[in-house]
Design a protein around this ligand. Sequence first.
Ligand SMILES: *[C@@H]1O[C@H](CO)[C@@H](O)[C@H](O)[C@H]1NC(C)=O
Ligand SMILES: *[C@@H]1O[C@H](CO)[C@@H](O)[C@H](O)[C@H]1NC(C)=O
Length: 609
Amino acid sequence: MFTNRSVTHASNFICFQTLNRPLDYQLMLFLLITIVLSKEDQSIRISQSCATYLTGYFWNGQQCIQCKQPSCKCQKSQGCDTCLNQYYYDSTSQTCTPCPKGCIKCCKSSELTQYICTLCLDGYIMINGVCLKVEACTQISIHGRCQKCLDKYYLQESCYACPEGCSACDSKYYCTVCDDGYYMDIHEQSVSCLTCNPEENQEGCKSCVLDQEQLVCQACLDTYYFDQENDLCLKCPVGCFTCQNPSQLPQICYTCLTGFLLAADDSYCENCQQQIPNCMKCSTNERSRNFQCIDCNNGYYLTQDSKSCQPCNNGSNNFRRCQSLTIPTQCIVGYLLFQDSNGYSCILNTHDCYTIDNQQGQCKVCNFGFNLVFDTSLQMSICKNCAENIKNCISCDVDTSKQLICKECTDGYFGNLCVQCTPNCQKCLNETLCLTCASGYYLDDLNKCQSCEVSFCLECNKLKECTKCEDNYGLVESTCKPCLSGCQNCDGNLQKCNVCRDKYYLTATDNNCKRYKENCLATNINGYCYLCETQITFDESQDLFYDESEETPTFDEQADSQFYISNNGYCLKCNDYITGSFNCPQICKVDEDFASHLLPAILILLIFQ
Ligand SMILES: *[C@@H]1O[C@H](CO)[C@@H](O)[C@H](O)[C@H]1NC(C)=O
Ligand SMILES: *[C@@H]1O[C@H](CO)[C@@H](O)[C@H](O)[C@H]1NC(C)=O
């Protein structure tokens, strides 16, 4: 099961959401076939792609638009089609939720509240759907004990680093193989590796021997010249693989490192970026000793002769990507790429347009949350935000003269401009005609909202005659009285619960509510827990949109997520294997009688071994 440190698949786990929909594969195949583009289309697509460090954007034909969440990949405004790694896609809500710590991929089903990891990050090993952090361990037993370490580490319960200079060791005191640049120093109690380059500023000696207390270098590392007269290793010029004695002039390189080409006079080796600044992809011509640029960095275009990359933005054209200094393929943030008979140009987006339809920046379609209205002073269509323009409005519309009006006001407000209703009225037609009152109030004969005057009452038809109580209170003789602890609804009989609160279950014996066992999400009627919590900690402040011009954002590691597993009806915490009390999934048993009532899919997850 544990083959590789970086990628450990949990073939045993089944994300049944995908299994239940075999047709998806046919659909995917169909999509794959239909999106094959011509070569030219592809290059335009690439130059117009909005890919950033966290994706979260898509190209709408004129500009880059944000998806619903930074962790989404999307094709339409406010959409979310799939998620980035380390996020789980919830197809019902079309959102991305972070996987537990250490997971690259995870799955979840409606039957389970836990997320199950199906692929772990580098440095984590999977045990039964949980990714455990394992510093240098490459193989771990089902009991959480490390069985094998990375190179340069030795195993003693956990993995520990070998001393400096050792490529392999048996313990802290016994090196068995030395790194390049080190020699073996053997004593009765220890074998260590000492450096061949003890002096400051000295480097490049690959192997050496101790001769009468004197270190003698015998060979140099690659890219060093061995000065045999002085037993010294001298560094060749940058990019040279082999060279003539660099302490003598003129400087001569014989061969270059890969990616470098020898200059015409053999004096140095040059790489593509030195010859063609801002070139992203090069081809080399060994014979002519020249580089040719194939593709420039983002924001630069390739000149006709393929010999240089020039910046798209000359300081006033607002290009972000381009084919030349006159043809943009993408504009800087805040500008839209617009095509008309004169070709392409970048137009300032002053009115929150999604797309524009003329050089003046008239909106054609609006961004999400905006409505297309006609501005009489500008004499063109612009976009207006509903919430910013009409207070207490939930959603807007436009009237026949293309002006913004409210379609739905928040509770207590009415009309095209959301005017306040009478006090304690929830919905009204106009200032005087109230239709429904706020909770705890009833509508009297004069169309006013009056208090029920019953504590903890939600609804009544008359004064002091409650018909519905708040949660945790029971309706008894038109009043509201507290239920027993853990009970949400005890209408009719305060001693007998009808519905328990969250995390409480109704006992079979006395119709009262008992709390679930700790960290439990679901229990049977006897309080036997069969589903435990996974607490995923996630710092939302890290899920942000980033612009490509910004530096690569760095993220703090998520705090440890907590996993619990059902064992004999209790939820046990899965401890870190280092603590030695790793009592996680292998001891997970399901009460056989109870198990027969569970869905087979849940069983796979609970008793799989
Ligand atoms: C930038 O390029 C545009 C379009 O070619 C040109 O009109 C403008 O004068 C240039 N600006 C500068 C500062 O070179
Ligand atoms: C409120 O609406 C009702 C029913 O349409 C109408 O009879 C009444 O005159 C309206 N009151 C005001 C102040 O507009």
